[in-house]
Design a protein around this ligand. Structure first.
Ligand SMILES: [Cu+2]
Length: 257
């Protein structure tokens, strides 16, 4: 009897630990369920495993635009009060968040809630915010089918459950191609808004052993997020870099449209 009690107490203690990487190197599991943004119709499920500073991210999606690179990031100020916020036209608060009133939540408008890029979920090479728009290194299928293991900073490892996964790029006007909506990206006026606007967002939550969510985090406040200026400045630099590749992709990728 005493043993049972002790085990149960230990289990509770484990659940109550903060989601920071544990010093003994045991792997910790997280997940995220990504819902559509900008009425994209897309969604995805993500599994994350953290072992020290080594993070494995697996993302399986459906309904994304096929054949165009989808920038994917871990967004948020590590440890901050980040949320996906209202990202679809039928959600409360959408109109207030859509500051320019164009009916679309741009990257910059969305970042008010979900925060700056902490990690770029590229397929190879650098995963820092510098690669936020490295379009040659992001998935471009409708299902995403992503899995990669890479190193993250202490700050990210210790605050993973305060971050979100955001996938960008969608066909806003159902034209069958990206670039037909005549509004520039909020990151780079040379890019179309369809290339960078968020298509799906989901909060990362810690999972208990056996896959039961602990319910950590998940507040739904829509409070503004400090640091948006820094995000915008950081992404602007990367935007110019990504523009060339995006335009090249569009010129060569519309054969089946
Ligand atoms: Cu992003």
């Amino acid at each position: 009897m005493r043993k049972t009690f002790t085990l149960a107490t230990a289990a509770v203690a484990v659940l109550a630990l903060p989601t920071a990487a544990m010093a003994d190197g045991h792997e910790q599991r997280y997940s995220a369920s990504l819902s559509q943004a900008n009425d994209s119709g897309a969604s995805a499920d993500a599994e994350l495993w953290l072992d020290g500073n080594e993070l494995t991210v697996s993302i399986q999606g459906q309904g994304f635009f096929d054949g165009f690179p989808h920038a994917m990031h871990l967004h948020g100020e590590p440890g901050g009060d980040n949320v996906c916020g209202p990202l679809n036209s039928d959600e409360d608060g959408f109109d207030a968040k859509d500051a320019d009133g164009d009916g679309i939540i741009s990257v910059v408008e969305g970042a008010d809630d979900y925060g700056p890029v902490s990690v770029s979920l590229t397929t190879e090479g650098d995963t820092s915010p510098d690669s936020a728009l490295a379009v040659d290194r992001f998935p471009d299928s409708d299902t995403l089918d992503y899995e990669r293991t890479f190193e993250v900073s202490d700050e990210v490892a210790e605050n993973l459950s305060s971050l979100h996964i955001v996938v960008h790029g969608l066909d806003l006007d159902d034209s069958g191609e990206i670039g037909t909506v005549d509004i520039p990206s909020s990151l780079d006026e040379e890019l179309p808004i369809e290339a960078t606007a968020p298509a799906a967002c989901g909060q990362i939550t810690a999972s208990a052993a056996g896959g039961v969510d602990t319910g950590a985090g998940g507040t739904a406040t829509n409070g503004g997020q400090d640091g948006t200026g820094a995000l915008t400045a950081g992404l602007l630099g990367a935007g110019a870099l990504g523009g060339l590749a995006l335009r090249r992709r569009r010129l060569t990728g519309d054969e089946t449209a």
